[in-house]
Structure formats: C-alpha cells, structure tokens
Design a protein around this ligand. Structure first.
Ligand code: ZN
Length: 105
C-alpha cells in the first residue's frame, strides 16, 4: 500500500497551521482551541482529504483520525467555536438527543 497517507502526520500539520487560543471558559479542558485559518464553507472548516484529494469537512475528518470511524451521531463542539477543530473539544451526539444534552451541565 504505497499510497497510504499518514493521517497522524497530516493531523500534526493541521494542528501546526492552526492558531492556538487558550481562552476557554467552561470547556473544562486545558487544551487550546485550534482556530482553523483555512477555507470555510457555510461557516464550517473545510480542507482537502489527503486520501481522496476531495474537499472534506475538517471536523469529521479530524475526529476520525483521532478517535476512529464514527458509526452514528454527529459532532458538536463543546467550546461552541465554529472555527475550532481541536478533536478534544468535539463530542459525538446521537441524533435526536440534542435537547437532552443541552439541559445537562
Ligand atoms: Zn475549541
């Protein structure tokens, strides 16, 4: 498999290209935000998936690289920042459970 892409390296480059911001209120993490400096579609960070060379949403891609393939649900940002792509600020929420999740601290 010669053309296999090292996604860990890719993620490292992505992180390095981001502007790290440490101002976090209520995220409960010392991890900085990774503010995406690249392209945005409909308010969401996009880039090219190095494996497919196609345009892809950054968050699902990064989440997959960091935590493995997601089978259900969707990704929400705990920090609420639209341009943040730090995988540690992501959380998978199952469909239809948003209202419940919201009520919790
Ligand atoms: Zn964040």
């Amino acid at each position: 498999m010669k053309n296999e892409v090292d996604m860990e390296k890719w993620l490292e480059r992505v992180e390095n290209s981001c502007c790290e911001v440490y101002e976090i209120e209520g995220v409960g993490s010392n991890e900085p935000h990774w503010i995406w400096p690249g392209a945005v579609t409909n308010g969401y960070p996009v880039s090219t998936d190095p494996r497919t060379k196609r345009k892809a949403l950054m968050r699902p891609l990064i989440h997959e690289v960091r935590f493995g393939k997601r089978t259900e649900g969707r990704i929400v940002m705990l920090c609420g920042l639209r341009l943040c792509i730090n995988p540690w600020h992501m959380r998978v929420v199952k469909h239809g459970r948003k209202a419940q999740e919201k009520g919790r601290g």
